[in-house]
Design a protein around this ligand. Structure first.
Ligand SMILES: [Zn+2]
Length: 305
């Protein structure tokens, strides 16, 4: 059963809002966190993070109560980011899929939510797909085969060249599924695809950056504008517990060692230069800052005073 609940976030002074979607202004860019789906994971947290001790879980329950639906069960929060400036409308990830065609098994609310933000799918000029998991590419294409149509028809779609090779050019390889392939493969024929093989500037102040490990070609987005900055980490981080201990791999990390070294590098970057950090599956509001408690770094959500 899909549950949507935005009530745990209240915009603070300076964070204006027409909807309850969390948002933050980073220089000339507004970043809006769009919840696509929210509900309990169908299996225990210890299966998703096998290396986390009970003492660590207890600390996480204290720090992030809304990240749990029961003491041993995590909430599966799937969010995407809408990034707007006076000239650009960019979407990072497309969620789980359309409500009328939930091919991923989940019902996505992304389209309804961006329309509440006043954004028609035609307005999106760029879609960045962080990687090809079903909860990140599910809302890219409507229909299959001859009936396939792009959901964001005017957007250039940016995906990692490495993940493209794994999922589309070598569809028998590990990590590929028919659903993932269907959600991205037609973009090439439609000439709507750009393969990112290294850092790529989308506009002054916003870059697609390689963040490998969760998948070999996983990408995030770095925004730096008017002395403010923000990391959009997508699934480079899966839960805030990976901030104090980046070596905790999520079961789905394809290369756990690369993923943990990426996490350490990103944390150093955010701590040195960044104001804010978002990850797709972090609890609402999804946006937070890094703080230090003694010698340990934690992610602090914006709505905690
Ligand atoms: Zn994910």
């Amino acid at each position: 059963m899909l549950m949507l609940n935005h009530s745990s976030y209240s915009p603070r002074a300076g964070e204006s809002s027409n909807t309850s979607n969390p948002r933050i202004q980073i220089g000339e860019f507004e970043v809006v966190v769009i919840t696509d789906s929210l509900g309990p994971f169908p299996f225990p947290a210890s299966r998703i993070f096998p290396t986390v001790s009970e003492a660590e879980w207890e600390e996480m329950r204290q720090r992030y109560p809304s990240a749990f639906s029961a003491p041993q069960v995590l909430m599966a929060h799937v969010s995407c980011c809408l990034i707007r400036s006076s000239e650009r409308t960019i979407l990072l990830d497309t969620g789980t899929g359309l409500p009328d065609a939930p091919a991923s098994g989940l019902q996505g609310d992304l389209l309804r939510q961006i329309e509440l933000e006043g954004v028609n799918p035609d307005h999106i000029d760029t879609v960045v797909l962080s990687h090809f998991d079903g909860d990140h590419v599910g809302g890219t294409i409507r229909g299959e085969g001859l009936h396939a149509k792009p959901i964001f028809p005017n957007a250039r779609h940016i995906v990692s060249g490495l993940d493209w090779e794994i999922c589309v050019e070598r569809p028998a390889s590990a990590g590929s599924t028919r659903f993932k392939t269907n959600q991205v493969a037609p973009l090439d024929a439609w000439k709507m695809l750009t393969l990112a093989r290294e850092e790529m500037e989308l506009a002054t102040g916003i870059r697609v950056i390689p963040t490998p490990g969760h998948t070999p070609g996983h990408v995030g987005v770095w925004i730096e504008s008017q002395s403010k900055s923000m990391l959009l980490a997508a699934d480079a981080f899966y839960h805030p517990l990976q901030v104090p201990e980046p070596s905790h791999a999520v079961l789905l990390d394809m290369d756990p060692l690369a993923a943990s070294s990426t996490r350490r590098e990103l944390l150093d970057l955010v701590e040195a230069k960044g104001d804010y950090m978002w990850a797709c599956h972090f609890p609402l509001p999804g946006i937070g800052r890094l703080i230090r408690d003694e010698h340990t770094r934690y992610w602090k959500p914006l709505n905690i005073a």
